[in-house]
Design a protein around this ligand. Structure first.
Ligand SMILES: [Zn+2]
Length: 315
């Protein structure tokens, strides 16, 4: 790909970050703002940050990584925008930016943009089929097949967190249905599992962690702290969670036969990569994808959005 400069902007529920991206790297100051609590104010923030970056840099396109599904031609957010304010999905970022700055603009789902950055600049370099799974408060996904971001018919594809894991209707998912992978493999799911398991432990089997904590109030941090002192209960919870993560990877392996999985997000730091790699190999027949931690951790959304804009509008 020839040299390019583009602006990448990542709009999240708590902060907006933006920078100029060139040759797959951030080459300007990083601008970080607290996300405003109204849709109109967010648009104003985006126009201001674009203005300040275009004033001091020569750029030819702009990419926005955003929460929510983005339509097939990357022009509009379609909904499910998490903790962003009402009216957010009605903002016409593309039209507003193109009108004001004459910069061709692309929107992409934030998990997809971050996955593309990992594919281009992180542990996905040199591979063609890469699945990036974000293990955080929820579970996000980005799928690159034969070097292309898989977006599906409407643009809403790669929502790996919503693979249904059971027939039992035990845990309600954020998407409105039941027993999605996200309800188990996320940090939120991890804490639910801990409290469910604690409720089933008899008095005599209580470890120090359980003696200090009331069932129902155990957090992910409590378990992680318990792991550090080899608390038996914490280890059981953690192993159960890793098994939940593994099952989703097995399903995705059988469907996509990827070169690798890359795990990102806060919870990915707690994965035992050697163990999950071995167990995944044991549960799949032909396809043997690698399981790797993410490398492009910081600002992956900005970098991915910038690269995707440059690829689409490259000049
Ligand atoms: Zn779901």
């Amino acid at each position: 790909m020839p040299d390019f400069s583009s602006i990448g902007i990542d709009i999240g529920g708590t902060k907006i970050s933006a920078a100029v991206v060139k040759n797959n790297e951030i080459v300007s100051d990083l601008k970080v703002l607290n996300t405003s609590n109204s849709a109109d104010a967010i648009l104003k923030q985006i126009l201001e940050v674009t203005s300040s970056l275009t004033n001091s840099n020569d750029v030819s396109s702009l990419g926005i990584a955003t929460a929510g599904a983005v339509n097939k031609d990357n022009s509009k957010v379609m909904g499910s925008t998490g903790n962003l304010p009402d009216g957010y999905s009605d903002i016409d970022f593309k039209n507003e930016i193109e009108k004001k700055f004459k910069l061709p603009t692309l929107l992409e789902n934030d998990a997809n943009a971050a996955a593309y950055a990992e594919y281009k600049t992180g542990n996905g370099i040199g591979k063609s089929n890469v699945i990036v799974i974000t293990l955080g408060t929820g579970v996000g996904g980005g799928i690159i097949i034969d070097g292309k971001l898989m977006r599906g018919t409407s643009g809403a594809g790669a929502e790996c967190g919503h693979i249904i894991m059971s027939f039992d209707r035990k845990r309600k998912c954020t998407c409105g249905t039941w027993d999605c992978w996200e309800a188990y493999a996320s940090g939120t799911g991890y804490a639910i599992t801990a409290n469910e398991m604690a409720a089933n432990i008899t008095e005599d089997k209580r470890t120090s962690l359980l003696l200090n904590k009331k069932t129902g109030s155990i957090t992910t941090y409590d378990i992680i702290d318990g792991l550090k002192v080899n608390d038996k209960f914490a280890i059981q919870v953690h192993n159960t969670w890793e098994f939940h993560v593994l099952l989703g990877l097995v399903s995705l392996t059988n469907i996509f036969d990827p070169d690798c999985f890359i795990l990102s997000g806060g919870m990915a730091d707690f994965i035992n990569y050697d163990k999950i790699q071995k167990e995944l190999s044991e549960m799949t027949i032909i396809s043997k994808p690698q399981v790797l931690p993410a490398k492009a951790k910081n600002n992956a959304g900005i970098i991915g959005a910038g690269i995707l804009a440059a690829l689409k509008y490259g000049k």
